[in-house]
Design a protein around this ligand. Structure first.
Ligand code: GTP
Length: 230
């Protein structure tokens, strides 16, 4: 994957003074959206960040040999939430240590961070605390963080129990779900939850009820588990 620099960023990527994502209403008709949200995928190399993005964007799974991301790359996807068109600009970062200084530069512009580990890799789970330390060092204070235990389809090779992921997420006060970039389970849920949170922060009136991301995820998880998906 190519190393993309910040020249891809437009004025639409700049935060408003109050830290809210901007409202864009002056695009060409082919690219109309109301809101741009920048979401970053982070986590160790090989946890499945690129596959996670491709599954969300194209409903496809990149099977076969693993090609590590070089630097950083991004894809856009527009979703509609309660009539509001939200453009998710999703940044896929390289998990390899040698690209860390490149990815650090992008943290401060991110409004949401999806932090992935691989349920078949104890190292990737153990490194989550280090990732959270980096987030606190480089990201905005009010960034939305979600912890994702990816490769949930690999039940035979699982080494991290779901409860361990839940416990770690509780400790840091962040929402948690297990996902599979291969089967697509909970991939859309993760993106929709952060998009809803950012949309509510940006366009909702102070008198409207606050969006509760934890409650939303729990209710969606219940819905899918009742149908045998989770
Ligand atoms: N079974 C299974 N395999 C997955 C899943 N997600 C990713 N993989 C596989 O895991 C390997 C690594 O996936 P990538 O998406 O390239 O990992 P990455 O986190 O982007 O890695 P870096 O670019 O180095 O940071 C690939 O061989 C994928 O096919 C998943 O949910 N289930």
């Amino acid at each position: 994957m190519s190393l993309r620099k910040s020249s891809h960023q437009t004025s639409a990527d700049t935060l408003n003074g109050d830290g809210k994502p901007p409202i864009n209403r002056s695009r060409s008709s082919s690219e109309l959206y109301d809101l741009t949200c920048k979401v970053m995928l982070i986590g160790d190399s090989g946890v499945g960040k690129t596959c996670f993005l491709v599954q969300f964007k194209d409903n496809a799974f990149l099977a076969g040999s693993f090609i590590a991301t070089v630097g950083i790359d991004f894809r856009n996807k527009v979703v509609v939430l309660d009539g509001v068109k939200v453009k998710l600009q999703i940044w896929d970062t390289a998990g390899q240590e040698r690209f860390r200084s490149v990815t650090h530069a992008y943290y401060r512009d991110a409004q949401a961070l999806l932090l992935l580990y691989d349920i078949t890799s104890k190292t990737s789970f153990d490194n989550i605390r280090a990732w959270l330390t980096e987030i606190h060092e480089y990201a905005q204070q009010n960034v939305v963080i979600m912890l994702l235990g990816n490769k949930a389809d690999m039940t035979g090779e699982r080494v991290i129990k779901r409860e361990e992921g839940e416990k770690l997420a509780r400790e840091y006060g962040v929402p948690f779900i297990e996902t599979s970039a291969k089967t697509g389970i909970n991939v859309e849920l993760a993106f929709m939850a952060v998009a809803k949170e950012l949309k509510h922060r940006s366009v909702n009136q102070p008198n409207e009820p606050k969006f509760q991301i934890h409650e939303y995820i729990e209710s969606q998880k219940k819905k899918s588990s009742c149908c045998g998906f989770v």
